[in-house]
Design a protein around this ligand. Structure first.
Ligand code: SF4
Length: 94
């Protein structure tokens, strides 16, 4: 009998690798911009209230949230982040 462990298991490593490659390409295309400190906190607070968070990981995409929440181009796979879209991003450098 098969069991559905989607609720607690990380995505397959191939899916995680694909997500990471897509996210990094988007991050590079966006000029390595990061979100404001306020938007970063808001993103992580949203994750705090999400049933798909396990520690620092997102069970939907497998990403590390403390990193994922930082990049302006990174997206919540369930579209739960609703920060200002035209906010002032800053370069990831420095
Ligand atoms: S990134 Fe989205 S789906 Fe993942 S834990 Fe945060 S709010 Fe939930």
């Amino acid at each position: 009998m098969a069991t559905d462990n989607r609720a607690t298991a990380m995505p397959a490593w191939k899916y995680q690798a694909w997500n990471l490659a897509e996210a990094l390409a988007a991050f590079a295309a966006d000029g390595l911009k990061t979100v404001s400190a306020r938007d970063y906190r808001t993103r992580l607070e949203t994750c705090d209230g999400c049933g798909r968070r396990r520690g620092n990981r997102c069970l939907e995409c497998g990403c590390y949230l403390s990193i994922k929440a930082r990049g302006r181009a990174f997206r919540c796979p369930l579209s739960k982040w609703h920060e200002r879209q035209n906010g002032s991003g800053s370069s990831a450098e420095g």
